[in-house]
Structures are given as structure tokens and as C-alpha cells.
Design a protein around this ligand. Structure first.
Ligand code: CMP
Length: 140
């Protein structure tokens, strides 16, 4: 069993397509273990994306991620990290495969509708960033 942190980004929430993204998660058989609507501050977005601190897109990314409500989720299942990444598709919607979330709902590499952890170590950090008490909850 694996857990991953998913975010339905502010562009998708603002366009009222969060429900369609949640439907894809459910249809894929990934279990929603936790879910919360958040309005990140700039500082919280900077902390979450700290690994990208030196990248040229960091200011724009953190500005966008703190521009409106987003939905953070913990997804659980066999190979949840890879399965969620395949459902999302490539980071840039322009190069994402047809039928993926980013192809269907993303509008630019920044406004790409969703985020997902890229490895078990990042998943542990990212899940803990938003759901620090999750290990204490039952896995039912
Ligand atoms: P995400 O999966 O949230 O992880 C980091 C984000 O940075 C990524 O999705 C993109 O939205 C964004 N990103 C990555 N590369 C670029 C880029 N070249 N220009 C703008 N944003 C980028």
C-alpha cells in the first residue's frame, strides 16, 4: 500500500471542475484517505515547493498556488504514486497524453490542474505538510 499527496490546484477549483477530477480518482480505484479545502498563503506555498526554490518559475508558481482555494488529498492504494501520476499525465498539458487530467483540464505548465508526489520520500513530506496527524488515523 502506498500513499501520495494530490492537489486539485486553484485553476481547477476556480473553473468548478474539481468534481470531475475527483470522479476520475474514484473511477481509477484510488482511495481518498483525507481531503481538505485550503487557501495557501504565499509562505505556505513556498514551503511546500521549497525543492524548486532556485527555479525561475518558483515566484510565479507560488503566487498562483496561493491565489485561491485548492483541494489537498491523500490518495491510497497499490502503487498510488505512479497511478496518480499516470492519471494526471505529463506536467505540461501541451505534451500530456490524451485522456489524462492535465491534457483535458490544464491550460499551461503552471495552471496544470493537479499536483502529485513524485516518489515515496516526497510523498511522506507532502502528506505530512498538510496532514501531520494522518499516521494516527485508522486505515479503514
Ligand atoms: P507540480 O506537479 O505542481 O510541481 C511543480 C510545478 O511547477 C509543476 O507542477 C508545474 O505546475 C510548475 N512548473 C514546472 N516547470 C515549470 C516551468 N518551466 N514553468 C512554469 N511552471 C513550471
Amino acid at each position: 500500500m502506498e500513499r501520495t499527496l494530490a492537489i486539485i490546484k486553484p485553476d481547477a477549483v476556480a473553473r468548478r471542475i474539481a468534481g470531475r477530477i475527483l470522479q476520475r480518482i474514484e473511477e481509477a480505484g484510488l482511495q481518498i484517505r483525507a481531503m481538505r479545502l485550503v487557501r495557501l498563503s504565499k509562505v505556505e506555498a513556498e514551503g511546500f515547493y521549497a525543492v524548486h526554490r532556485e527555479r525561475p518559475f518558483f515566484p510565479g508558481l507560488t503566487e498562483f498556488m496561493s491565489s485561491g482555494p485548492a483541494i489537498v488529498l491523500v490518495l491510497e492504494g497499490e502503487e498510488a504514486i505512479g497511478r496518480w501520476r499516470r492519471l494526471m499525465g505529463a506536467t505540461d498539458p501541451a505534451t500530456a497524453d490524451g485522456g489524462t487530467i492535465r491534457k483535458d483540464f490544464g491550460s499551461s505548465i503552471e495552471r496544470n490542474a493537479t499536483h502529485g508526489s513524485d516518489a515515496p520520500e516526497t510523498a511522506a513530506f507532502e502528506v505530512g505538510y498538510f496532514f501531520p496527524g494522518i499516521e494516527l488515523a485508522s486505515a479503514g
